[in-house]
Design a binder for this molecule. Structure first.
Ligand code: NAD
Length: 351
């Protein structure tokens, strides 16, 4: 056995109600006295409740978060932080709101606290993203890693079931790719498998009973584990394809992950049999890609790129973009092979 284990530092507070009962304490622990809360417009009410719970330590609320963090939007948030003389930032919401908090942290060096309301996992990674002139740039910087994560399953009670399902499969995708990552360790492997197991168990339960706090807690627990794996390992073909499809063709983030995952895993499984076995074990199934495809179908999630609005003509360009730069993947990535994966995902049949 040989491995290097290197996870970013993480402090996590996880309990129902934590968004308004624990965030102030987390800010205080970091010595923060003037915290700017950022969110999207849809999450503004929740974010306002968090800001109110900070009492005198709240320096205001900025609700400008938008998908994929446009540079202009980041600029406005940085200005708001400076105008408020903030000494810290709390991001409340999904990956878009947390992405905005990271942009503020990147530009100002302010410490960030994350209060996630989806299962996307950005709160557990030092990866930032910014979109300018239609191109999304991403990078790693330890300064954007949240100093503390406040997980409050009550925040997710109102996450619509379709978004819960696709966001949950987005989390599962982090676990799957962590299992065959070049920098996986025995601990990330255990974490990833347990994360996939928890999420796959939680999604049917919350689809049945969306306000069941136990199911929501289970899903958020799975999201934390899978997000930790995303932060600790290098993702492969699946994440690359989704990045290209989202960044260059405007496809929605979580839905795209949900559609692509069975096909990306079917492609990689022969070169990563232990990872495929671990995913199958977590899904209590014989064949992991087929089980993921059935899970999405059973929960009414989209299963084809065609459904998401991609044009068949775009497949060749997408394959070319996804193979332009080399990246880690268990099976060699060629333009032809990727085109096959994309064609299958476009059609949406059994993987
Ligand atoms: P999102 O943050 O855009 O949220 C999707 C929609 O759900 C939004 O309209 C939002 O207002 C709404 N919403 C969020 N929480 C809700 C709740 N609890 N109840 C009701 N509505 C709610 O989507 P996402 O999938 O969470 O994040 C996607 C973005 O995050 C992408 O830009 C992606 O690139 C980025 N991301 C980054 C990382 C990273 O490590 N840097 C990791 C994962 C995702």
């Amino acid at each position: 056995m040989r491995f290097v284990h290197d996870t970013p530092p993480a402090r996590v507070v996880f309990r129902p109600g934590a968004s308004t009962t624990a965030t102030a304490g987390e800010a205080e622990r970091l010595g923060l006295r003037r915290v700017l809360v950022v969110s999207g417009t849809r999450g503004a009410d929740t974010a306002r409740a968090v800001a109110d719970s900070l009492g005198a330590a709240s320096a205001g609320l900025h609700t400008g978060a938008r998908m994929h963090v446009p540079a202009q939007v980041a600029e406005e948030a940085v200005r708001a932080a400076r105008a408020a003389d903030a000494d810290g930032c709390v991001a409340v919401g999904g990956g878009s709101a947390i992405g905005l908090g990271k942009a503020v942290a990147l530009r100002t060096g302010l410490p960030l606290i994350a209060v996630p309301s989806t299962y996307a996992g950005s709160e557990a990674t030092p990866v930032w993203g910014l979109t300018e002139h239609g191109v999304k740039r991403t990078g790693r910087d330890p300064s954007v890693l949240p100093r503390s994560i406040v997980y409050d399953p009550e925040l997710t009670l109102g996450l619509p079931v379709p978004l819960s399902v696709t966001s949950g499969v987005n989390a599962i995708a982090h676990g799957v790719e962590a299992l065959y990552a070049p920098d996986a360790s025995p601990l990330t492997a255990l974490t990833a498998e347990e994360g996939v197991r928890a999420m796959a168990r939680a999604l049917p339960a919350l689809a049945e009973a969306p306000t069941d706090l136990d199911a929501r807690s289970d899903a958020l627990y799975g999201a934390w584990l899978c997000g930790s794996c995303l932060g600790a390992t290098t993702m492969g073909l699946h994440h690359k394809l989704c990045h290209v499809l989202g960044g260059s063709f405007g496809l929605p983030h979580a839905e795209t992950h949900t559609v692509v995952l069975p096909y990306a895993l079917a492609f990689n499984a022969p070169a990563a049999p232990d990872a495929a076995t671990a995913v199958a074990r977590a899904l209590a199934a014989d064949d992991a890609p087929t089980a993921l495809w059935h899970l999405a179908g059973r929960l009414g999630a989209p299963r084809s790129l065609a459904e998401l609005g991609l044009k068949e003509d775009d497949l060749t360009v997408a394959a070319e973009l996804a193979t332009r730069q080399a990246y880690a993947n268990p099976r060699p990535v060629t333009a032809d092979a990727v085109l096959e994966v994309l064609r299958a995902a476009y059609a949406g049949g059994p993987p």
